[in-house]
Design a protein around this ligand. Structure first.
Ligand SMILES: Cc1ncc(COP(=O)(O)O)c(C=O)c1O
Length: 452
């Protein structure tokens, strides 16, 4: 229930914005026509076709919180590559370290000095002492799932209903109306029915969690400490204490995926809430704009994993990747963690996210719209329901794709980019109060067009 019933009006507003887009973006249109014969839907990854509008916006260049497209239009970027550019585009310190490394050799299958320094920086933030590096958060999650199965001898991975952890097979499962584990809508080519590999519980549901863990066949619980991929769903008081206690009681490896929730602060929610996972995953932002992911393990888990592996077979065990842990990623992570994603940067990003949230809330209040907005440090998100959701299913029920597409296209036409998958805005260290004001004005205009 989105609280917006007048679909004729929505269609009329949508087509009006489509015309605005068409007339403003001829150069993007040309590039798109040239790309279509070579790329499905004219884009290098099909999900890029999900942006609102008849063709994608082609980027020319970017710096900090802004990018310019090939039609010369300046945008405030509140998507920031869905966190890949959370440092802002081309952060000078990361770019300097990365280009220096690139010019002196970028991949060797040998360590450089940066590796241990980067690992120490991650330990300082997230607590766990033992780190490995990948090219993506997806791969970090996959690696940990393998290690967890390997050391526990158990098969199932437990996730939250409506979670997202990258293209990890085990995580594309939801609960149906009867509480059974089924494939998530849109899952492409599942290798086996997900009920064979995956257990699913609603976020914030301790009773359901214990019922599943009691089965004794769960290797790992892979979670975001707050859901961020179905809108933001925050943990209730005591939820994480219960998760930790139950995982310990039933011998389950607790993996906290901080890829998005790092928005909560330099050490993500792990540090902000004082959590003690067995493993932590980070990715996207930590490379300062280049592919980089990492997973950290507690001393005990790292020791169990290492002790279970034979050196002779270590390269064919299913964890790794030729370019994983390459020198370029490590140089990027070291510079980004020490010079870009600093405490001061987080203070500024969080202040901007608060301004954004206040701006959205003021429009919701002014027009008495039955929507809500939730902030998690440097990111914030509105959804089409009156109260904050308690779990993923509640959040999913509030989805309204057409309404969302309209709001995103309306914003795009006013030079503001919002993450295409839901209504999330992310701040980078150089996002300014003027950037936020641009969104506040545009959002009020969009809501007024719908509800006046
Ligand atoms: C929580 C979380 N984990 C992992 C990933 C996967 O990141 P990547 O696509 O960079 O592998 C995502 C992507 O959105 C994510 O939100």
């Amino acid at each position: 229930m989105t609280g917006f019933q007048d679909r004729d009006r929505l269609a009329e507003l949508w087509y009006r914005e489509i015309e605005v887009f068409r007339s403003a973006r001829p150069e993007s249109e040309k590039l798109w026509h040239a790309a279509v014969p070579h790329l499905p839907d004219g884009v290098p990854m099909l999900w890029m076709a999900k942006w609102p509008g008849p063709w994608p916006v082609f980027v020319k260049e970017a710096a900090g919180a802004h990018f310019t497209d090939v039609d010369g239009i300046d945008h405030v970027d509140l998507c920031l590559g869905d966190t890949g550019a959370m440092c802002g585009h081309a952060p000078p310190a990361s770019v300097a370290a990365i280009t220096k490394r690139l010019a002196t050799g970028s991949t060797f299958m040998l360590p450089t000095e940066d590796a241990a320094v980067a690992a120490q920086l991650l330990t300082d933030r997230f607590g766990v002492p033992s780190w490995q590096f990948t090219l993506s958060a997806t791969d970090a999650n996959r690696s940990l799932i393998r290690y967890a199965r390997h050391v526990t001898g158990r098969r199932r991975i437990l996730v939250h209903d409506y979670c997202y952890h990258g293209s990890v097979d085990e995580a594309f499962a939801t609960l149906d109306a009867t509480g059974a584990v089924v494939e998530r809508r849109g899952n492409i080519g599942a290798p086996v029915p997900p009920s064979e590999t995956t257990a699913v519980v609603p976020f914030n549901d301790v009773e359901a969690l214990e019922a599943v863990l009691r089965s004794g066949d769960v290797a790992a619980m892979l979670i975001e400490p707050a859901l961020t991929n179905i809108g933001i769903v925050l943990p209730e008081e005591g939820y994480h204490d219960a998760v930790r206690e139950l995982c310990s009681r039933y011998g389950v490896i607790l993996i906290i995926d901080e890829t998005h929730t790092i928005s909560a602060g330099p050490g993500g929610m792990t540090t902000a809430l004082g959590l003690s996972p067995d493993a932590v995953v980070v990715g996207k932002s930590i490379g300062g704009g280049i592919p980089a992911g990492a997973f950290g393990m507690s001393a005990e888990f790292a020791e169990r994993a290492r002790a279970s592996l034979d050196l002779e077979d270590i390269d064919v065990g299913g964890v790794g990747g030729t370019l994983a842990g390459n020198a370029l990623s490590l140089a990027g992570i070291r510079a980004t963690l020490s010079e870009v994603l600093t405490d001061e940067a987080f203070a500024s990003m969080t202040a901007r996210a608060t301004e954004w949230t206040v701006g959205v809330q003021s429009t919701i209040d002014e027009f008495s719209v039955p929507w809500q907005v939730t902030q998690l440090g440097a990111r914030s998100e509105y959804s089409f329901r009156a109260t904050a959701p308690r779990d993923g299913a509640e959040a999913a029920a509030a989805d309204d794709f057409e309404l969302q597409q309209y709001l995103h296209l309306h914003a795009l036409n006013r030079g503001i980019l919002i993450t295409p998958f839901h209504n999330m805005a992310l701040m980078c260290p150089t996002t300014s109060p003027d950037d936020i004001e641009r969104h506040t004005i545009a959002f009020r205009d969009a809501v007024s067009s719908l509800f006046r």
